[in-house]
Design a protein around this ligand. Structure first.
Ligand SMILES: Nc1ncnc2c1ncn2[C@@H]1O[C@H](COP(=O)(O)OP(=O)(O)OP(=O)(O)O)[C@@H](O)[C@H]1O
Ligand SMILES: [Mg+2]
Length: 382
């Protein structure tokens, strides 16, 4: 049935693709090169800066031209332990190895035979596959699972690229370190399979990938994804308005990007709200109204985020918003009731863990530009 809905030109909260994907040309080139050369990649950025979209887009580019390269996408978002991880890992590798059910079953038997996996298929058109095996056996010897892509590759003359999203979740598994050791010891031997591991929580991932004492030390090329450059976002907004027979002035597009501080998700959301309010031509006035409506829309969420913070954490955010640089100086500690300088360190760590702030050298950034605006204007009323 044809839906009688006008497609809006912006997207947020979903993977950005096709017309909804702005630039990132150099990042795509880098990922594509790594994928084709079999270099392992680690991609890190704060939430919603576009990691998943970038990996998908780069994978699409590679797949189009290289039929022998198979991508496997695994999202650790809902995976809580090692057993679940192995199930999803083996299921997704098997699924990417072939489109034919009988071949998939044959692959499972051939390459995982010792583990006696049981596969069940649902009858729906997408044919959901579930895999189960005897956990006690797998726990002792997960080799056949961890080497599955490499073993299939050797036989079938294909290469796998395993993309694991929300990789920071692995640190929350029981026995996280021993799992990491197992994964690394197998994966580093693979020649036909490479890995792209990505996620947020820079601090945690840095620990996993850059501490010499950690199993994944020097596992691959580490990329810190940046936001998208202003000029590209501006061009993108102007084009998307044009595509839908509306227009936006350069200064209004500029304002959208400035308010959203080049944060890809918010650029799209604010552009969308501005577009919805525009009959024909969008100007700065419309963008400002759209911005206020977005803040109101987020009010409840921001209120509950703030309710979860201690009063010293909030005092700290206030000092950051005001622009105080010497956060541990005696004067700031007194003025903002921050306790001791050791306490300031703890506050920083915990706000970083909650992904509210980002610490880079001595620079502290409040990651969510709308939350920052809300705190300043609606909460602290500075
Ligand atoms: N290249 C892009 N062009 C335009 N918008 C983008 C681009 N990449 C991401 N976005 C916007 O940002 C949103 C978040 O993108 P994505 O889910 O890829 O980010 P992420 O870093 O994987 O987020 P999370 O950390 O929450 O998983 C998208 O829904 C889209 O609105
Ligand atoms: Mg993502």
């Amino acid at each position: 049935m044809k839906r009688n809905v006008i497609e809006t030109p912006f997207t947020f909260g979903r993977i950005a693709s096709d017309n909804n994907f702005a630039n990132r040309e150099s990042e795509i080139l880098k990922l594509v090169t790594n994928f084709i050369s079999g270099i392992n990649t680690v991609l890190i950025s704060p939430r919603r800066w576009g990691k998943s979209s970038l990996v998908k887009k780069s994978a699409e580019n590679v797949s189009k031209k290289n039929k022998d390269i198979r991508f496997v996408f695994i999202d650790l978002y809902n995976i809580r332990n090692e057993e679940e991880f192995y199930k999803i890992f083996s299921r997704e590798v098997l699924r990417s190895s072939t489109k034919k059910t009988d071949e998939l079953l044959a692959n499972a038997k051939k390459f995982m035979g010792k583990l006696i996996p049981q596969l069940t298929f649902s009858t729906d058109p997408n044919s959901e596959i579930n895999i189960s095996f005897d956990w006690e056996t797998v726990k002792k010897e997960p080799d056949d699972i961890l080497d599955l892509p490499e073993n299939i590759s050797k036989q079938k003359n294909i290469k796998f690229i395993i993309c694991i999203d929300e990789f920071q979740n692995i640190s929350a598994f029981d026995d996280a370190l021993s799992i990491q050791k197992k994964l690394r010891s197998h994966w580093q031997k693979h020649k036909l399979t490479s890995y792209c591991l990505y996620g947020s929580k820079r601090h945690m991932l840095m620990d996993v990938f850059t501490s010499p004492s950690m199993p994944f030390y020097k596992f691959g090329d580490i990329i810190f994804l940046q936001k998208i450059e202003k000029k590209h976002l501006e061009k993108f907004i102007i084009k998307r308005f044009k595509d839908t027979k509306k227009n936006i002035s350069k200064s209004a597009a500029d304002l959208v990007v400035d308010i959203a501080e080049c944060h890809p998700y918010y650029v799209q959301q604010l552009a969308q709200l501005s577009w919805l309010r525009t009959k024909k031509s969008c100007n700065e006035e419309i963008v400002k109204i759209a911005h206020e409506s977005l803040i109101l829309q987020l009010d409840f969420l921001f209120q509950s985020i703030s309710d979860d913070l201690s009063s010293t954490q909030l005092n700290f955010l206030k000092a950051v918003i005001i622009g105080i640089e010497q956060l541990s100086s005696k004067q700031t500690l007194d003025e903002f009731n921050l306790g001791t300088s050791a306490n300031v360190l703890r506050i920083k760590k915990s706000l970083e863990n909650k992904e509210i702030i980002d610490l880079f050298g001595n620079t502290i950034t409040i990651l969510d530009p709308m939350y920052k605006y809300w705190l300043k204007n609606y909460y602290f009323k500075i």
